[in-house]
Design a protein around this ligand. Structure first.
Ligand code: GUN
Length: 300
């Protein structure tokens, strides 16, 4: 078997086209473009590159953005004060506010993220947004989790009654994705259109023991731990969908958490790295920014 490739870049492009129209409508009604403010701390090349691609994508759909750079020596108090100043629109209108992670190790990341007002938290990391998601009434869904769900829906990969095994329990990906895929369909959703939810979900992590024994039972495997090529062909049930969230820099190139070549011979579907989940994360950030802008101005 050779897996169908889940082309996140192409899907993200289609989503961007849809969002262009929404951004244009917003600008027509409110006489300004939606705006995203990003806080970038330190000089990690990977973070700078992610932020650059987020700003470029925002520009493509008609969302203004500003990157506020801070030195790696910035303290927790300085970063909290900065986020609060951004929230007071001292850096221009800030419909969406995003603090690029990871922050330097001396910084209290939770304190900085909690300073982002929940109605502008386009990352969906604030406890209020995490709580809303866990109660089945999501507002801002963390972008990578939303992107993975959208990929499954777009490829018509069934989730209802299927077993999803997520490798990784992070607050950013593993936990919100488990909640999303196990959730009930939205109210009013036609019974034959329940993609992306109603799954049985297992989360595994570093203390789970034999991860392969769990992933081999899965109809859908999601790898989100940041360990290059952790998921091998032996760990995948023939025909399963394999979603690779990992972005690891190895010998100057990008490698996912999945051993792509051999796994693509076994899986039914596979997402590549790069060009899979990464562009979907950015597309979902743009969608969240538009939602934040519309919420702030009372349109939704
Ligand atoms: N670093 C890696 N992924 C993310 C993300 O989704 N949001 C933010 N803010 N930082 C990240």
């Amino acid at each position: 078997m050779t897996a169908t490739i889940l082309d996140g870049k192409a899907l993200a492009g289609r989503i961007e086209t849809e969002l262009c129209g929404e951004a244009e409508t917003f600008a027509g009604v409110f006489s300004r473009r939606p705006r995203l403010v990003v806080v970038l701390v330190g000089d990690m090349a990977a973070s700078a590159s992610y932020v650059k691609s987020k700003a470029a994508a925002a520009g493509r759909v008609g969302i203004d953005s500003e990157v506020v750079a801070m030195p790696a020596t910035a303290s927790t108090a300085e970063l909290v004060a900065l986020v609060q100043a951004i929230a007071r629109n001292e850096h221009g209108p800030a419909d969406g506010i995003l603090v690029q992670l990871p922050l330097p190790s001396h910084v209290d990341t939770v304190a900085v993220l909690d300073a982002v007002p929940p109605d502008r938290d386009v990352d969906g990391f604030h406890p209020e947004n995490a709580g809303l998601l866990s109660q089945g009434r999501p507002r801002f869904i963390p972008c990578t989790a939303a992107g993975v769900q959208r990929m499954l829906i777009d490829a018509a990969i069934p989730t209802a009654g299927k077993h999803v095994v997520i490798v990784g329990r992070s607050d950013i990906v593993g936990k919100p994705l488990a909640l999303l895929l196990a959730s009930r369909p939205p109210l009013g959703c036609p019974p034959d259109d329940t993609g992306g939810c109603d799954a049985t979900v297992t989360i595994c992590h570093s203390r789970s023991g034999d991860i392969g024994a769990l992933t081999r039972q899965a109809d859908i495997v999601v790898a989100a731990v940041g360990r290059p090529k952790l998921i091998t062909a032996m760990m995948v049930k023939p025909g399963a969908a394999v979603i690779d969230v990992g972005i690891n820099r190895v010998d100057g190139g990008l490698v996912g958490d999945v051993d792509y070549g051999p796994v693509s011979e076994v899986a039914g579907w596979i997402s590549p790295v790069p060009g899979g989940v990464g562009p979907m994360t950015v597309a979902m950030l743009l969608a969240n920014t538009l939602l934040a802008a519309e919420l702030r101005l009372g349109k939704r």
